[in-house]
Write a protein that binds this ligand. Structure first.
Ligand code: PPE
Length: 307
């Protein structure tokens, strides 16, 4: 079923949310976007870390000199309105801001900036079994973009040309996902997920300066793991550290916390979801399933917000 889409300030029917083929974004990939989840918790529907996602959308837009003609508060309210009108208790939320009509040619400064929020139902990103059994991945032959080429901290549409090369190669070679190395050959992240590695009870992840998207789930996991008493270190991870890890997992809004059971056909640990990964997943599920939210990460969806 299709749901109404918030399009430049108001909800419109799904079929009406269209753009012209000569929009700048079609030719040059000039969009920034977010991926957010709304969970059906035991204490009602709640959007996970809404403020942080909308803030990152504004950050991405600023990097690309796009002025969003709304405030953070207005886009938060618009997100809640779009969810409420869909009637969905749980959904994936996709705000996207793009360069529309104006002049063609690379210079986007005179083109319209359009703002859209769509919602849909989205199950487990890396397959229904993934959260429990883990996924099989390889190291991608494509690298993550080098610093000062594409800004990695912006969640920009164009970045996902690189990501889709990684994803296509993974799938066509029989893997669920690819892990990208950065320009120096250190572990960066998956095509749509951050990566964590566990060895001898210590948790490691790439620093945000290493051309990764600074993930909000990554930040959530760092917080939860520290609260569970684990040491979490942001540091450069060489490729071979993946192979000898005790446990590995991906994090992301879509992927949530997904264990990795093999890399380049090396079995990781016991080849099953490991104990620390399970502990972290459980701490995460406590928030998003039970609605037990000591950090104030959930924003309630008003039941009658639809107009
Ligand atoms: N790295 C990349 C490259 C990335 O795309 C994502 C999210 C993350 C890390 C994790 O960030 P966060 O969601 O804030 O924890 N990828 C989004 C899009 C996936 C897609 O296929 O589209 C997502 O998970 O929503």
């Amino acid at each position: 079923m299709h749901h109404d889409i918030w399009f430049n300030g108001k909800l419109v029917p799904y079929e009406k949310a269209t753009l012209h083929v000569l929009s700048h974004v079609v030719h040059y990939g000039s969009s920034v976007f977010e991926g957010i989840r709304c969970y059906d918790t035991e204490r009602g529907s709640g959007v996970f870390r809404l403020r942080e996602h909308i803030r990152r959308l504004f950050d991405s837009a600023k990097i690309y000199r796009m002025t969003i003609p709304y405030t953070i508060e207005e886009l938060e309210a618009a997100t809640l309105e779009t969810i409420a009108s869909s009637g969905l208790k749980a959904c994936y939320i996709r705000p996207v801001v793009y360069r529309g009509m104006g002049s063609l040619g690379v210079n986007p400064l005179k083109n319209d900036v359009e703002t859209v929020i769509a919602v849909w139902e989205w199950g487990a990103y890396l397959g229904p079994e993934a959260l429990e059994s883990g996924v099989d991945v390889h190291v991608a032959s494509w690298s993550r973009m080098a610093p000062n080429t594409f800004p990695a901290m912006a969640k920009a549409g164009g970045n996902y040309l690189n990501a889709s090369l990684v994803k296509m190669d993974a799938v066509l070679n029989g893997y669920n996902e690819g892990i990208m190395l950065n320009k120096e050959g250190y572990v960066a992240e998956g095509s749509g997920e951050n990566l964590f590695i566990i060895r001898d009870g210590v948790i490691y992840t790439a620093p945000s300066s290493l051309s990764i998207l600074p993930g909000i789930t990554r930040d959530t996991v760092i917080t939860l793991a520290s609260e569970l008493g684990y040491r979490v270190e942001e540091r450069q991870i060489p490729r071979e550290a993946l192979y000898i890890a005790d446990e590995l997992f991906f994090t992301g809004t879509a992927a949530e916390v997904t264990p990795i059971r093999s890399v380049d056909k090396h079995v990781i640990g016991s080849g099953k979801r490991g104990p620390i990964t399970t502990e972290i997943q459980n701490a995460f599920f406590e928030v998003i399933k039970k609605g037990n939210d000591p950090h104030g990460w959930l924003t309630a969806v008003p039941v009658n917000a639809a107009v």
